[in-house]
Design a protein around this ligand. Structure first.
Ligand code: PLP
Length: 227
C-alpha cells in the first residue's frame, strides 16, 4: 500500500477513536506481521503509538534490521516458551501470556537480563477451544499465580474475539472483557495492575472502543489485505 494511503488510514482511525472514546486515551497499535520496514516506518511517521508483531522469528529479524527504529514495539502473537529469548527485553509489552509455564519462562529470562517484562494476560473470551487464552473462569487463579513472578508485571488483559461478520457481533464479548478488567482492577495483587485492555481489530474496533478498550490492534485496516 502506498505511504499516503497508510497515512490516510492512520488519520481516519485516529479520528474515529476521538469520536468514540469520550475523551479516554485509546492507543493505536499497528499489527505489522508480513509488513515491510518501509510500511512500518510510514505508520509510525503518521502517528501510530506502537507496532505489534506475531511471530518471534519474524520479529527478531525485523528488530535486528532496525525496522522499528526507536519506536515502541510490542509482541501480540502466541509465544512459545522456546522462543522467549527472541522477545523478552526487546519489546515493551507481550500481549499474549496465557499459561504459568510461559510466565515462568519469561520470568527466568527477564531475571537473567536483570529487567522486568511487562505483559498482558490473554483471555479466551469466546470460549473457543482452538484459540489461545485463559478461560474467564480461570482468570482469578491465573492472576493469583502471576503475582508470584517478580520479573513479570501483568499490566492488563488482552483478547482476540471470535470471527464475526457483523461490526457489532463481538460487543457482548467486549463487554464481558471490560467487566473482568474492572473487577480485577479492584483486586490488590503483587506484580499485577489493570492498566491496558487490549481488544479490537480491523473488523470490530469501533465496538471494542465503545465497550472500553484502550488499546486497539489494527493490521488490514491500516495496511490493506495481507498476502
Ligand atoms: C493480525 C492481528 C491483529 C490485526 O488483525 P487485522 O484484522 O488485520 O486488523 C490483531 N491482533 C492480533 C493478535 C493479530 O494477530
Amino acid at each position: 500500500m502506498s505511504s499516503s494511503q497508510i497515512r490516510e488510514n492512520v488519520e481516519r482511525i485516529q479520528s474515529e477513536i476521538k469520536e468514540l472514546s469520550q475523551g479516554r486515551i485509546v492507543r493505536l497499535l499497528a499489527a505489522t506481521k508480513t509488513r515491510s520496514a518501509e510500511e512500518i516506518q510510514e505508520a509510525f511517521a503518521a502517528g501510530v503509538d506502537a507496532a505489534g508483531e506475531n511471530r518471534a522469528q519474524e520479529f527478531a529479524e525485523k528488530f535486528k534490521n532496525g525496522a522499528y527504529a526507536d519506536y515502541d514495539v510490542q509482541f501480540i502473537g502466541h509465544l512459545q516458551t522456546n522462543k522467549v529469548k527472541l522477545v523478552v527485553g526487546h519489546v515493551s509489552l507481550i500481549h499474549s501470556v496465557d499459561s504459568v509455564k510461559l510466565l515462568r519462562a519469561i520470568d527466568t529470562r527477564a531475571a537473567e537480563l536483570g529487567l522486568v517484562q511487562d505483559v498482558l494476560a490473554e483471555v479466551n473470551i469466546g470460549l473457543e477451544p482452538e484459540k489461545h487464552g485463559v478461560f474467564p473462569e480461570n482468570l482469578t487463579a491465573f492472576l493469583d499465580e502471576a503475582a508470584e513472578f517478580s520479573h513479570v508485571h501483568i499490566r492488563g488483559l488482552m483478547t482476540v474475539a471470535p470471527k464475526s461478520e457483523e461490526p457489532d457481533g463481538n460487543r457482548q464479548f467486549f463487554a464481558k472483557m471490560y467487566k473482568l478488567f474492572i473487577d480485577n482492577r479492584a483486586e490488590k495483587r503483587d506484580n499485577v495492575v489493570m492498566e491496558y485492555l487490549s481488544m479490537g481489530m480491523s473488523g470490530d474496533y469501533r465496538a471494542a472502543i465503545c465497550e472500553g478498550s484502550n488499546l486497539i490492534r489494527i493490521g488490514t485496516g491500516l495496511f490493506g489485505p495481507r498476502q
